[in-house]
Design a protein around this ligand. Structure first.
Ligand code: ZN
Length: 485
Protein backbone atom coordinates (compact mmCIF):
# COMPACT_ATOMS: atom_id res chain seq x y z
CA UNK A 1 0.00 0.00 0.00
CA UNK A 2 1.28 3.45 -0.85
CA UNK A 3 0.80 6.10 1.75
CA UNK A 4 0.04 9.52 0.42
CA UNK A 5 0.89 12.46 2.54
CA UNK A 6 -0.10 15.45 0.50
CA UNK A 7 0.23 17.97 3.30
CA UNK A 8 3.66 16.92 4.51
CA UNK A 9 6.31 19.60 4.67
CA UNK A 10 9.95 18.60 5.08
CA UNK A 11 12.26 21.54 5.72
CA UNK A 12 15.96 21.50 6.55
CA UNK A 13 18.70 23.90 7.56
CA UNK A 14 22.24 23.27 6.43
CA UNK A 15 24.16 21.35 9.07
CA UNK A 16 26.74 23.65 10.64
CA UNK A 17 30.31 22.44 10.74
CA UNK A 18 31.00 21.47 14.34
CA UNK A 19 34.48 22.98 14.60
CA UNK A 20 33.42 26.09 16.50
CA UNK A 21 30.53 27.36 18.57
CA UNK A 22 27.42 28.75 16.85
CA UNK A 23 27.37 32.34 15.62
CA UNK A 24 24.56 34.70 14.60
CA UNK A 25 24.43 33.30 11.07
CA UNK A 26 23.60 29.84 12.41
CA UNK A 27 20.99 31.37 14.69
CA UNK A 28 19.36 33.18 11.77
CA UNK A 29 19.16 30.07 9.63
CA UNK A 30 17.65 28.03 12.46
CA UNK A 31 15.07 30.76 13.05
CA UNK A 32 14.17 31.07 9.35
CA UNK A 33 13.51 27.34 9.21
CA UNK A 34 11.54 27.48 12.44
CA UNK A 35 9.25 30.22 11.07
CA UNK A 36 8.28 28.21 8.00
CA UNK A 37 7.90 25.04 10.07
CA UNK A 38 5.65 26.75 12.61
CA UNK A 39 3.61 28.41 9.88
CA UNK A 40 2.95 25.06 8.19
CA UNK A 41 2.09 23.41 11.52
CA UNK A 42 -0.45 26.16 12.24
CA UNK A 43 -2.08 25.24 8.94
CA UNK A 44 -2.30 21.63 10.04
CA UNK A 45 0.50 20.30 7.85
CA UNK A 46 2.61 17.30 8.82
CA UNK A 47 5.92 19.12 9.28
CA UNK A 48 9.37 17.66 9.70
CA UNK A 49 12.09 20.18 10.52
CA UNK A 50 15.57 18.73 10.54
CA UNK A 51 18.67 20.50 11.82
CA UNK A 52 21.99 18.98 12.82
CA UNK A 53 25.76 19.12 12.72
CA UNK A 54 28.38 18.17 10.15
CA UNK A 55 31.06 16.33 12.08
CA UNK A 56 33.69 14.95 9.72
CA UNK A 57 36.67 16.34 7.86
CA UNK A 58 40.23 17.47 8.19
CA UNK A 59 39.43 20.91 9.59
CA UNK A 60 37.54 19.30 12.44
CA UNK A 61 40.27 16.79 13.08
CA UNK A 62 42.72 19.70 13.36
CA UNK A 63 40.42 21.68 15.67
CA UNK A 64 40.07 18.64 17.96
CA UNK A 65 43.83 18.11 18.01
CA UNK A 66 44.34 21.78 18.79
CA UNK A 67 41.89 21.50 21.70
CA UNK A 68 43.76 18.41 22.89
CA UNK A 69 40.67 16.24 22.48
CA UNK A 70 39.65 13.03 20.84
CA UNK A 71 37.69 14.00 17.68
CA UNK A 72 34.62 11.98 18.71
CA UNK A 73 34.50 13.72 22.07
CA UNK A 74 35.21 17.09 20.49
CA UNK A 75 32.34 16.87 17.98
CA UNK A 76 29.99 15.58 20.63
CA UNK A 77 30.55 18.63 22.81
CA UNK A 78 30.46 21.04 19.83
CA UNK A 79 27.26 19.48 18.55
CA UNK A 80 25.78 19.95 22.00
CA UNK A 81 26.30 23.73 21.79
CA UNK A 82 24.03 23.77 18.71
CA UNK A 83 21.44 21.60 20.46
CA UNK A 84 21.49 24.06 23.35
CA UNK A 85 21.20 27.10 21.11
CA UNK A 86 18.15 25.61 19.41
CA UNK A 87 16.45 24.79 22.73
CA UNK A 88 13.24 26.37 23.93
CA UNK A 89 14.77 28.94 26.27
CA UNK A 90 17.40 29.98 23.73
CA UNK A 91 16.19 30.28 20.10
CA UNK A 92 13.02 28.25 20.67
CA UNK A 93 13.44 26.17 17.51
CA UNK A 94 10.74 23.52 17.07
CA UNK A 95 12.89 21.00 15.29
CA UNK A 96 11.71 17.43 14.96
CA UNK A 97 15.08 15.90 14.40
CA UNK A 98 18.73 16.69 15.04
CA UNK A 99 21.06 14.71 12.82
CA UNK A 100 24.77 14.20 13.49
CA UNK A 101 26.86 12.90 10.62
CA UNK A 102 28.77 10.72 13.07
CA UNK A 103 25.55 8.78 13.79
CA UNK A 104 25.96 5.13 12.81
CA UNK A 105 22.71 5.14 10.83
CA UNK A 106 23.83 8.16 8.82
CA UNK A 107 27.19 6.61 8.00
CA UNK A 108 25.75 3.38 6.63
CA UNK A 109 23.04 5.25 4.71
CA UNK A 110 25.64 7.60 3.19
CA UNK A 111 27.48 4.51 1.98
CA UNK A 112 24.28 3.25 0.40
CA UNK A 113 23.81 6.55 -1.37
CA UNK A 114 27.35 6.23 -2.70
CA UNK A 115 26.56 2.76 -4.00
CA UNK A 116 23.42 4.07 -5.66
CA UNK A 117 25.65 6.51 -7.59
CA UNK A 118 28.20 3.78 -8.45
CA UNK A 119 27.63 3.88 -12.20
CA UNK A 120 28.86 7.48 -12.26
CA UNK A 121 31.79 7.00 -9.85
CA UNK A 122 35.36 6.15 -10.89
CA UNK A 123 38.82 6.31 -9.34
CA UNK A 124 41.35 8.80 -10.64
CA UNK A 125 43.93 11.30 -9.52
CA UNK A 126 43.27 14.83 -8.49
CA UNK A 127 45.71 17.69 -8.43
CA UNK A 128 45.05 21.32 -7.82
CA UNK A 129 44.93 24.24 -5.44
CA UNK A 130 43.42 23.17 -2.17
CA UNK A 131 42.17 25.09 0.86
CA UNK A 132 42.23 22.94 4.00
CA UNK A 133 39.81 25.31 5.71
CA UNK A 134 37.17 25.01 2.97
CA UNK A 135 38.16 21.41 2.27
CA UNK A 136 37.84 22.01 -1.41
CA UNK A 137 39.91 22.72 -4.49
CA UNK A 138 39.90 26.05 -6.29
CA UNK A 139 40.76 26.73 -9.89
CA UNK A 140 43.56 29.15 -10.83
CA UNK A 141 40.83 31.59 -11.84
CA UNK A 142 39.07 31.41 -8.47
CA UNK A 143 42.25 31.85 -6.41
CA UNK A 144 43.02 35.39 -5.27
CA UNK A 145 46.78 35.91 -5.59
CA UNK A 146 47.34 32.28 -4.67
CA UNK A 147 45.04 32.56 -1.65
CA UNK A 148 41.64 31.16 -0.85
CA UNK A 149 38.76 33.45 -1.98
CA UNK A 150 36.92 32.73 1.30
CA UNK A 151 39.96 32.70 3.62
CA UNK A 152 42.17 35.60 2.55
CA UNK A 153 45.01 34.53 4.85
CA UNK A 154 45.15 30.89 3.75
CA UNK A 155 47.59 30.13 0.98
CA UNK A 156 46.18 27.46 -1.33
CA UNK A 157 48.27 24.28 -1.38
CA UNK A 158 49.30 22.53 -4.55
CA UNK A 159 47.97 19.06 -3.80
CA UNK A 160 47.88 15.79 -5.74
CA UNK A 161 46.11 12.68 -4.54
CA UNK A 162 44.17 9.62 -5.52
CA UNK A 163 40.45 10.27 -5.47
CA UNK A 164 37.10 8.93 -6.49
CA UNK A 165 35.13 11.16 -8.82
CA UNK A 166 31.45 11.63 -9.53
CA UNK A 167 30.56 12.44 -13.14
CA UNK A 168 28.48 15.59 -13.22
CA UNK A 169 28.34 16.38 -16.91
CA UNK A 170 25.78 13.68 -17.84
CA UNK A 171 23.24 15.53 -15.64
CA UNK A 172 24.11 19.11 -16.46
CA UNK A 173 21.37 19.64 -19.03
CA UNK A 174 18.69 17.97 -16.95
CA UNK A 175 19.67 19.99 -13.87
CA UNK A 176 19.65 23.25 -15.82
CA UNK A 177 16.11 22.49 -16.94
CA UNK A 178 14.98 21.57 -13.43
CA UNK A 179 16.20 24.91 -12.10
CA UNK A 180 15.04 26.97 -15.05
CA UNK A 181 11.52 25.54 -14.83
CA UNK A 182 11.43 25.96 -11.01
CA UNK A 183 10.87 22.26 -10.64
CA UNK A 184 13.83 22.71 -8.31
CA UNK A 185 13.04 26.26 -7.28
CA UNK A 186 16.12 28.24 -6.28
CA UNK A 187 15.30 31.60 -4.74
CA UNK A 188 15.55 34.60 -4.40
CA UNK A 189 15.82 35.24 -8.17
CA UNK A 190 19.36 36.59 -7.85
CA UNK A 191 20.57 33.17 -6.62
CA UNK A 192 18.69 31.30 -9.31
CA UNK A 193 20.28 33.50 -11.95
CA UNK A 194 23.77 33.01 -10.49
CA UNK A 195 23.38 29.24 -10.63
CA UNK A 196 21.86 29.24 -14.12
CA UNK A 197 24.62 31.46 -15.43
CA UNK A 198 27.22 29.11 -13.89
CA UNK A 199 25.52 26.08 -15.45
CA UNK A 200 25.12 27.72 -18.83
CA UNK A 201 28.67 29.06 -19.07
CA UNK A 202 30.71 26.16 -17.73
CA UNK A 203 31.01 22.54 -18.54
CA UNK A 204 30.84 20.79 -15.18
CA UNK A 205 34.00 18.99 -14.18
CA UNK A 206 33.77 15.69 -12.37
CA UNK A 207 33.57 16.15 -8.64
CA UNK A 208 36.22 14.71 -6.35
CA UNK A 209 34.27 12.83 -3.68
CA UNK A 210 36.87 10.98 -1.60
CA UNK A 211 40.18 11.46 0.18
CA UNK A 212 42.83 8.82 0.80
CA UNK A 213 42.88 7.81 4.45
CA UNK A 214 46.56 8.73 4.55
CA UNK A 215 45.36 12.32 4.04
CA UNK A 216 42.23 12.20 6.15
CA UNK A 217 41.09 9.60 8.61
CA UNK A 218 38.08 11.28 10.19
CA UNK A 219 35.25 10.45 7.82
CA UNK A 220 32.90 7.83 6.41
CA UNK A 221 34.68 4.96 4.72
CA UNK A 222 34.12 4.52 1.00
CA UNK A 223 32.21 1.27 0.38
CA UNK A 224 34.54 -1.55 -0.67
CA UNK A 225 37.66 0.60 -0.37
CA UNK A 226 38.83 1.10 3.20
CA UNK A 227 41.81 3.14 1.98
CA UNK A 228 39.45 6.07 1.23
CA UNK A 229 36.97 8.14 3.17
CA UNK A 230 34.20 10.22 1.62
CA UNK A 231 34.85 13.84 0.88
CA UNK A 232 33.08 15.66 3.69
CA UNK A 233 30.57 17.28 1.32
CA UNK A 234 29.33 13.99 -0.06
CA UNK A 235 28.85 12.75 3.48
CA UNK A 236 27.28 16.01 4.70
CA UNK A 237 24.84 16.56 1.82
CA UNK A 238 23.59 13.00 2.28
CA UNK A 239 22.16 14.05 5.67
CA UNK A 240 19.02 15.40 4.02
CA UNK A 241 18.01 11.90 2.95
CA UNK A 242 19.69 9.77 5.61
CA UNK A 243 18.01 11.75 8.38
CA UNK A 244 14.54 10.75 7.22
CA UNK A 245 15.27 7.09 6.72
CA UNK A 246 16.99 6.67 3.36
CA UNK A 247 18.55 3.21 3.44
CA UNK A 248 17.19 2.46 6.90
CA UNK A 249 13.46 3.23 6.96
CA UNK A 250 12.04 3.39 3.46
CA UNK A 251 8.48 4.04 4.54
CA UNK A 252 9.50 7.14 6.44
CA UNK A 253 11.76 8.22 3.61
CA UNK A 254 8.98 7.87 1.07
CA UNK A 255 6.62 9.80 3.31
CA UNK A 256 8.80 12.91 3.61
CA UNK A 257 11.05 12.97 0.55
CA UNK A 258 11.44 15.08 -1.57
CA UNK A 259 12.43 17.90 0.75
CA UNK A 260 10.01 20.78 0.34
CA UNK A 261 12.62 23.34 1.30
CA UNK A 262 16.36 23.46 2.02
CA UNK A 263 17.52 26.65 3.73
CA UNK A 264 21.21 27.54 3.30
CA UNK A 265 23.69 30.44 3.14
CA UNK A 266 24.99 31.92 -0.09
CA UNK A 267 28.52 30.52 0.39
CA UNK A 268 27.28 26.96 -0.16
CA UNK A 269 24.72 27.54 -2.91
CA UNK A 270 26.71 25.64 -5.54
CA UNK A 271 26.90 22.56 -3.34
CA UNK A 272 23.14 22.61 -2.91
CA UNK A 273 22.02 23.81 -6.33
CA UNK A 274 24.47 21.78 -8.42
CA UNK A 275 26.29 18.93 -6.65
CA UNK A 276 23.48 17.80 -4.36
CA UNK A 277 20.75 17.49 -7.02
CA UNK A 278 23.22 15.70 -9.31
CA UNK A 279 24.07 13.21 -6.56
CA UNK A 280 20.35 12.54 -6.29
CA UNK A 281 19.78 12.28 -10.03
CA UNK A 282 22.68 9.84 -10.25
CA UNK A 283 21.21 7.78 -7.40
CA UNK A 284 17.78 7.80 -9.06
CA UNK A 285 16.21 9.91 -6.33
CA UNK A 286 13.87 12.79 -7.12
CA UNK A 287 15.36 16.25 -6.48
CA UNK A 288 14.19 18.59 -3.69
CA UNK A 289 11.41 21.07 -4.41
CA UNK A 290 13.04 24.31 -3.32
CA UNK A 291 16.23 25.95 -2.10
CA UNK A 292 16.20 29.23 -0.23
CA UNK A 293 19.57 30.99 -0.15
CA UNK A 294 20.07 33.69 2.46
CA UNK A 295 22.88 36.22 2.75
CA UNK A 296 25.44 36.94 5.45
CA UNK A 297 25.27 38.98 8.63
CA UNK A 298 27.97 41.64 8.73
CA UNK A 299 29.10 44.02 11.43
CA UNK A 300 28.02 47.69 11.08
CA UNK A 301 29.45 49.27 7.95
CA UNK A 302 29.31 45.98 6.08
CA UNK A 303 32.51 44.70 7.72
CA UNK A 304 32.86 40.94 7.90
CA UNK A 305 32.04 39.61 11.36
CA UNK A 306 34.65 37.30 12.83
CA UNK A 307 36.10 36.19 16.12
CA UNK A 308 39.57 37.23 15.05
CA UNK A 309 38.38 40.78 14.30
CA UNK A 310 36.69 40.91 17.69
CA UNK A 311 33.41 42.18 16.24
CA UNK A 312 31.38 38.99 16.46
CA UNK A 313 28.42 38.80 18.81
CA UNK A 314 27.32 35.56 20.42
CA UNK A 315 23.60 34.81 20.16
CA UNK A 316 23.57 33.89 23.87
CA UNK A 317 24.74 37.35 24.91
CA UNK A 318 21.77 38.99 23.15
CA UNK A 319 19.28 36.44 24.46
CA UNK A 320 20.50 36.88 28.04
CA UNK A 321 19.86 40.64 27.95
CA UNK A 322 16.92 41.05 25.57
CA UNK A 323 15.22 37.66 25.35
CA UNK A 324 14.62 35.09 22.64
CA UNK A 325 11.91 36.88 20.67
CA UNK A 326 13.92 40.10 20.48
CA UNK A 327 16.77 38.28 18.75
CA UNK A 328 14.35 36.41 16.50
CA UNK A 329 12.70 39.70 15.59
CA UNK A 330 15.87 41.52 14.66
CA UNK A 331 17.30 38.70 12.56
CA UNK A 332 14.03 38.14 10.71
CA UNK A 333 13.11 41.76 10.19
CA UNK A 334 16.38 43.62 9.73
CA UNK A 335 18.56 41.13 7.89
CA UNK A 336 17.01 41.38 4.40
CA UNK A 337 15.83 38.01 3.13
CA UNK A 338 17.43 38.58 -0.27
CA UNK A 339 20.79 40.17 0.56
CA UNK A 340 23.37 40.64 3.31
CA UNK A 341 22.48 42.59 6.43
CA UNK A 342 24.13 44.16 9.44
CA UNK A 343 24.03 43.50 13.16
CA UNK A 344 25.45 45.89 15.73
CA UNK A 345 24.63 46.21 19.41
CA UNK A 346 23.60 49.86 19.20
CA UNK A 347 21.26 49.35 16.29
CA UNK A 348 19.86 46.27 17.96
CA UNK A 349 19.18 48.20 21.15
CA UNK A 350 17.48 51.02 19.24
CA UNK A 351 15.25 48.57 17.38
CA UNK A 352 14.40 46.72 20.58
CA UNK A 353 13.36 49.93 22.28
CA UNK A 354 11.43 51.44 19.37
CA UNK A 355 9.69 48.47 17.77
CA UNK A 356 9.32 46.00 20.60
CA UNK A 357 9.26 47.87 23.93
CA UNK A 358 7.46 50.99 22.65
CA UNK A 359 5.37 50.14 19.61
CA UNK A 360 4.24 46.63 20.51
CA UNK A 361 4.83 46.31 24.26
CA UNK A 362 3.28 49.65 25.18
CA UNK A 363 0.35 49.13 22.85
CA UNK A 364 -0.60 45.88 24.54
CA UNK A 365 -0.15 47.18 28.09
CA UNK A 366 -1.97 50.49 27.43
CA UNK A 367 -4.96 48.88 25.76
CA UNK A 368 -5.18 46.23 28.46
CA UNK A 369 -4.99 48.88 31.19
CA UNK A 370 -7.67 51.06 29.60
CA UNK A 371 -10.00 48.12 29.13
CA UNK A 372 -9.49 47.15 32.76
CA UNK A 373 -10.43 50.65 33.78
CA UNK A 374 -13.23 51.55 31.38
CA UNK A 375 -14.73 48.18 30.51
CA UNK A 376 -14.42 46.16 33.70
CA UNK A 377 -11.54 44.03 32.29
CA UNK A 378 -13.73 42.87 29.42
CA UNK A 379 -13.72 43.12 25.66
CA UNK A 380 -15.84 42.02 22.78
CA UNK A 381 -14.21 40.87 19.56
CA UNK A 382 -15.21 42.64 16.39
CA UNK A 383 -14.46 41.38 12.88
CA UNK A 384 -11.03 42.32 11.57
CA UNK A 385 -9.25 42.46 8.29
CA UNK A 386 -6.84 39.55 7.94
CA UNK A 387 -3.19 40.41 7.36
CA UNK A 388 -2.03 39.16 4.00
CA UNK A 389 1.40 37.75 4.66
CA UNK A 390 1.10 34.11 3.57
CA UNK A 391 2.75 34.65 0.20
CA UNK A 392 5.63 36.49 1.87
CA UNK A 393 6.17 33.70 4.39
CA UNK A 394 6.14 31.06 1.65
CA UNK A 395 9.06 32.75 -0.05
CA UNK A 396 10.92 33.38 3.22
CA UNK A 397 10.46 37.16 2.88
CA UNK A 398 10.19 37.44 6.64
CA UNK A 399 11.54 40.99 6.64
CA UNK A 400 8.61 42.10 4.49
CA UNK A 401 6.05 40.07 6.44
CA UNK A 402 7.18 41.61 9.73
CA UNK A 403 7.24 45.10 8.22
CA UNK A 404 3.61 44.54 7.29
CA UNK A 405 2.66 43.33 10.77
CA UNK A 406 4.48 46.18 12.47
CA UNK A 407 2.85 48.76 10.22
CA UNK A 408 -0.43 47.43 11.62
CA UNK A 409 0.91 47.88 15.15
CA UNK A 410 1.91 51.48 14.44
CA UNK A 411 -1.61 52.08 13.06
CA UNK A 412 -3.14 50.94 16.36
CA UNK A 413 -0.96 53.33 18.35
CA UNK A 414 -2.03 56.08 15.99
CA UNK A 415 -5.69 55.13 16.43
CA UNK A 416 -5.31 55.51 20.21
CA UNK A 417 -3.66 58.91 19.86
CA UNK A 418 -6.45 60.03 17.53
CA UNK A 419 -9.39 58.71 19.54
CA UNK A 420 -7.98 59.50 23.02
CA UNK A 421 -10.19 56.92 24.81
CA UNK A 422 -9.38 58.53 28.21
CA UNK A 423 -11.13 61.74 27.08
CA UNK A 424 -13.75 60.09 24.95
CA UNK A 425 -14.83 57.98 27.91
CA UNK A 426 -15.97 61.10 29.78
CA UNK A 427 -18.21 62.21 26.91
CA UNK A 428 -19.30 58.94 25.35
CA UNK A 429 -18.31 55.80 27.29
CA UNK A 430 -19.98 53.39 24.85
CA UNK A 431 -18.02 54.87 21.96
CA UNK A 432 -14.72 54.68 23.94
CA UNK A 433 -15.33 51.00 24.61
CA UNK A 434 -16.14 50.43 20.95
CA UNK A 435 -12.81 52.00 19.98
CA UNK A 436 -10.94 49.79 22.47
CA UNK A 437 -12.71 46.67 21.24
CA UNK A 438 -11.75 47.46 17.68
CA UNK A 439 -8.12 47.94 18.66
CA UNK A 440 -8.08 44.72 20.69
CA UNK A 441 -9.41 42.83 17.69
CA UNK A 442 -6.65 44.29 15.57
CA UNK A 443 -4.08 43.38 18.23
CA UNK A 444 -5.38 39.81 18.22
CA UNK A 445 -4.96 39.70 14.47
CA UNK A 446 -1.39 40.93 14.92
CA UNK A 447 -0.76 38.29 17.60
CA UNK A 448 -2.02 35.47 15.39
CA UNK A 449 0.16 36.73 12.55
CA UNK A 450 3.17 36.90 14.87
CA UNK A 451 2.87 33.28 16.00
CA UNK A 452 5.49 31.77 13.68
CA UNK A 453 7.90 34.69 14.18
CA UNK A 454 7.68 35.58 17.89
CA UNK A 455 5.88 32.56 19.34
CA UNK A 456 6.30 33.43 23.00
CA UNK A 457 5.17 37.04 22.54
CA UNK A 458 2.17 35.94 20.46
CA UNK A 459 1.12 33.51 23.19
CA UNK A 460 1.39 36.21 25.85
CA UNK A 461 -0.76 38.63 23.84
CA UNK A 462 -3.37 35.96 23.16
CA UNK A 463 -3.43 35.20 26.88
CA UNK A 464 -3.82 38.89 27.76
CA UNK A 465 -6.92 39.16 25.58
CA UNK A 466 -8.62 35.83 25.94
CA UNK A 467 -12.26 34.89 25.73
CA UNK A 468 -13.62 38.38 26.33
CA UNK A 469 -11.52 38.83 29.44
CA UNK A 470 -8.40 40.91 30.05
CA UNK A 471 -5.64 39.16 31.98
CA UNK A 472 -2.50 41.19 32.67
CA UNK A 473 -0.70 38.48 34.59
CA UNK A 474 1.80 37.88 31.78
CA UNK A 475 3.46 41.16 32.69
CA UNK A 476 5.45 43.51 30.47
CA UNK A 477 6.25 41.99 27.07
CA UNK A 478 9.54 43.77 26.49
CA UNK A 479 10.99 45.35 29.63
CA UNK A 480 13.09 48.44 29.06
CA UNK A 481 16.79 47.70 28.82
CA UNK A 482 18.72 50.76 29.92
CA UNK A 483 21.95 50.77 28.04
CA UNK A 484 23.80 49.15 25.26
CA UNK A 485 26.47 47.12 26.99
ZN1 ZN B 1 39.17 28.55 2.19
Amino acid sequence: MTMTNSNKFYVTTSIPYANAKPHLGHAMEFIEADVIARWHRLRGDDVLLQIGTDEHGQKLFEAATEAGQDPAEFVRSMSQTFVELASENRLNITYDQFIRTTDTAHKSAAQQLWQACAKDIYKGEYGGLYCTACERYYTEKEAVEGKCPIHPNRTLEELKMESYFLKLEPYQKQLTELIKSDEYKVFPALRKNEILSFLENNQLEDLSISRPKTHLEWGVEVPDDPSHVMYVWFDALANYVTGIGYGTDNERFNTYWPADLHIIGKDISRFHAVYWPIMLLSAGIVTPKALYVHGFINAPGGVKMSKSLGNSIEPDVIIDTYGTDALRYYLLRYIPHDSDGEFGKERFHAVYTADLANDLGNLVSRVAAMSMKYNDAKFESVPVQKLEIDELIKRCANDKALAHIFARIVEQNQAIENAKPWQLYKEDPARAIEVLNQIISNILEVAVSLQPFLPDTATKILRTFHDGQIDTSVGILFPKVDDVN
